[in-house]
Design a protein around this ligand. Structure first.
Ligand SMILES: [Zn+2]
Length: 446
């Protein structure tokens, strides 16, 4: 499989060069640089798939998904299997105080901070086989491949499995990476309870994963993940080069007008809160369409009072959800909405109050790591496109403490958080090969 792929790539280049003619020096140069480049190391696609399938047996559901709620006994079994595989691969295991598991392969320069890869092994109550599990198994497969090839890196390498990414049994979501990145204080997280009143502290002890490893610096963090959306599949693209994750600002908006009789009240004196709200819905949509950087704007909730067919509505409560990949643009969208609000207030004789209820800054991934994901895809001959993540991942918090990048691969129908979640073995292997190249570039070879 590997030999065939490489042979095909070099053949395509040769034919292209032949057609282009040998009169162009740059083409000749390119031809030689391709021809004599060392063969690119490739991961073992069958082993990656087999590991994912064996892991998916733990907590398997009848419909083909998994139910591995965080810090449950089933989660413990998944962790134990991961730890066993890591130990067999000669990796050193550490567990920190929130139960994050780190498996380390030493580098030749112990002074360098480790380059980490990972994701999560917990799932939604009716989750799929690939969300999270793929990122952890891909990291392990990279290290197994380096072991097989006898390649040592300068920086140490780590595979990490973060505790409770899903936030389903215990809130908040992204718990383990959030504690590691200093976003959440450990003591208050320990007190978080599930519906049965069990605390995170007790659940960690119960499954034997309350460790004591100290937090440590990382030289970089890479996360491979299924896209969980439809873009890659619809555009027949193998690799999503993830530029970052969208930031979010959520608002509650209250519009105060005046209830009045639908008959006797002339149009020009009305204080119609619903007409004002309608104008704002269109403004939110216009702003999200007009602004760059993957802008999104949604009004998904509205309450009208008194909600009676022959009364001019005197009060509306609604929400606004703005998202953007760039913090500045996200703020500019909100400023533009403020301008619209002032105009609507004046023209429609209503008072509008806007209150921010959620702010989650965008994470922009490290430009050089994103470049290496793109370059790796290109060198391996995979179709690829830049993409932003609409969903949050552990990488979002890691980006606050280490240079971070993500690799997306397609999933069937864009379906995730669902037992039917599915991905193709060749796409998963492709993402893992890109991960391998990006990690080697960052960690350096001895
Ligand atoms: Zn996930």
């Amino acid at each position: 499989m590997r030999a065939r792929l490489l042979w095909k790539a070099s053949e395509e280049v040769s034919i292209f060069d032949w057609i282009a003619g040998i009169c162009s020096a740059s083409v000749v140069e390119r031809r030689f640089s391709v021809k004599f480049a060392p063969a690119m190391l490739q991961i073992n696609a069958e082993r990656l798939w087999a590991s994912l399938m064996e892991l998916a047996r733990i907590g398997a559901t009848p419909k083909g998904g998994v139910r591995r709620l965080t810090l449950s006994d089933v989660d413990r079994q998944g962790r134990d299997l991961f730890v066993r595989w890591c130990t067999e691969a000669g990796l050193a295991i550490e567990v920190d105080r929130i139960g994050n598991v780190f498996a380390r392969r030493p580098g030749t320069d112990a002074a360098l901070p480790p380059v980490a890869m990972g994701s999560h092994l917990d799932s939604q109550p009716s989750g799929g086989k690939f969300d999270g599990a793929y990122g952890v198994m891909a990291g392990l497969e990279v290290l197994r491949t380096l072991n097989d090839a006898g390649i040592r890196t300068r920086a140490p390498l780590e595979v990490v499995s973060w505790t409770n990414e899903e936030g389903s049994r215990f809130v908040p979501t992204l718990m383990g990476s959030g504690v590691f990145a200093g976003v959440f204080p450990l003591e208050s997280i320990y007190e978080s309870k599930d519906v049965d009143g069990v605390t995170v502290r007790d659940a960690l002890k119960q499954i034997g994963y309350a460790g004591n490893a100290a937090s440590h610096a990382l030289g970089a963090y890479f996360e491979a993940h299924i896209e969980q959306g439809p873009v890659l599949e619809e555009t027949k693209t193998t690799i999503g080069v993830v530029l970052g994750a969208l930031g979010q600002r959520w608002f509650d908006v209250a519009i105060a007008g005046q209830d009045s009789h639908a008959g006797p009240t002339p149009m020009e004196t009305r204080k119609d809160a619903l007409v004002a709200a309608s104008r704002l819905v269109l403004e939110v949509n216009r702003i999200a369409t007009a602004f760059p950087d993957y802008a999104r704007g949604t009004v998904g909730f509205m309450q009208v009072k008194p909600n009676s067919r022959n009364v001019v509505p005197g009060e509306v409560r609604m929400t606004v959800d703005f998202r953007n990949a760039k913090d500045k643009t996200l703020s500019a969208m909100c400023d533009e909405l403020d301008v619209s609000i002032s105009r609507v207030e004046k023209e429609l004789r209503v008072e509008i109050e806007k209150k921010q209820v959620v702010y989650f800054p965008p994470s922009e991934f490290a430009a050089d790591l994103v470049d290496s994901v793109r370059a790796g895809s290109k060198a391996l001959g995979y179709s690829h496109r830049d993409i932003v993540s609409g969903a949050a991942h552990d990488a979002v918090y890691m980006a606050r403490v280490a240079p971070t990048a993500m690799v997306f691969v397609p999933c069937e129908g864009g379906i995730s958080h669902n037992e039917l979640e599915s991905a193709r073995a060749e796409d998963l292997a492709a993402g893992c090969n890109v991960l391998l190249q990006a990690v080697l570039k960052k960690a350096g070879t001895a």
